[in-house]
Design a protein around this ligand. Structure first.
Ligand SMILES: Cc1cc2nc3c(=O)[nH]c(=O)nc-3n(C[C@H](O)[C@H](O)[C@H](O)COP(=O)(O)OP(=O)(O)OC[C@H]3O[C@@H](n4cnc5c(N)ncnc54)[C@H](O)[C@@H]3O)c2cc1C
Length: 201
């Protein structure tokens, strides 16, 4: 998600947000590195993003405050997130950049309701989050084009997923094809030969 977020900001982000975020998202020094979440899915149904209930409220300094509930958010320990919300002027979702934590380390208007008891990568926490007022959010791309803009992230995460699936399937295939050969070798060749050698000794 982090490399996807970097790409998304590179293509659609405002210059100041690009300058703040991209060196961090692409840093190889762990002290400098930021990770990013992608918060889309809501209780109303993940596939149908048009039912998004989260709202973004414009502030006088051209930033936005975001309130709502995200139902299935991975990497909730990330430094920034790209999240979908509806603005007062549009019934279509827009994409926002926001810091997950404030400078003092406290959460930026995020309340962790519970961690998902998921099957799979436990080291990446996935959680239900109440957004009680995420401050200083910045719109990425055009208003109402959130799905199109966040597709930059999705495309890259889905490429990672596809590689992960294909490589694991290949590994499983190797195991099931090699196992019988090894078993036959063990039973008919390796064990008797080893026994013979031990007899010779
Ligand atoms: C491990 C994990 C991590 C996740 N991490 C994130 C994350 O970081 N950020 C995030 O935003 N979301 C995340 N999600 C949520 C994920 O993106 C959603 O689960 C997904 O969008 C599907 O939504 P849903 O679960 O609400 O299923 P639904 O949308 O309710 O779909 C249920 C079933 O109906 C089918 N279906 C839905 N609509 C149609 C249709 N129109 N026609 C035919 N069939 C349909 C679906 O294929 C599915 O089989 C994560 C999910 C998992 C499992």
């Amino acid at each position: 998600m982090t490399d996807g977020a970097a790409r998304c900001l590179e293509v659609h982000g405002r210059k100041d947000i690009r300058d703040i975020s991209i060196p961090r998202l692409t840093a190889s020094d762990p002290e400098q590195l930021w990770t990013s979440g992608q918060w889309m899915t809501e209780r109303s149904g993940g596939s149908d993003v048009s039912l998004t209930e989260t709202r973004a409220y414009p502030q006088s300094d051209h930033t936005w405050t975001i309130k709502g509930f995200k139902w299935f958010s991975s990497a909730t320990d990330s430094d920034i997130t790209l999240l979908l919300a509806k603005t007062p002027n549009s019934d279509k979702v827009s994409l926002f950049w926001a810091r997950v934590k404030n400078e003092d380390g406290s959460l930026n208007g995020v309340r962790i309701i519970r961690l998902k008891d998921k099957f799979g990568t436990k080291s990446i926490p996935t959680a239900e989050l109440e957004l009680t007022g995420m401050k200083n959010a910045v719109m990425i791309g055009k208003e109402g084009e959130g799905v199109k803009v966040i597709s930059e992230v999705l495309n890259i995460t889905r490429v990672h997923s596809a590689f992960g699936c294909v490589t694991n399937m290949r590994r499983a295939f190797d195991i099931v094809t090699v196992y019988p050969v090894l078993s036959v070798n063990l039973i008919f060749r390796i064990i008797p030969r080893n026994e013979k050698y031990s007899d010779d000794c």
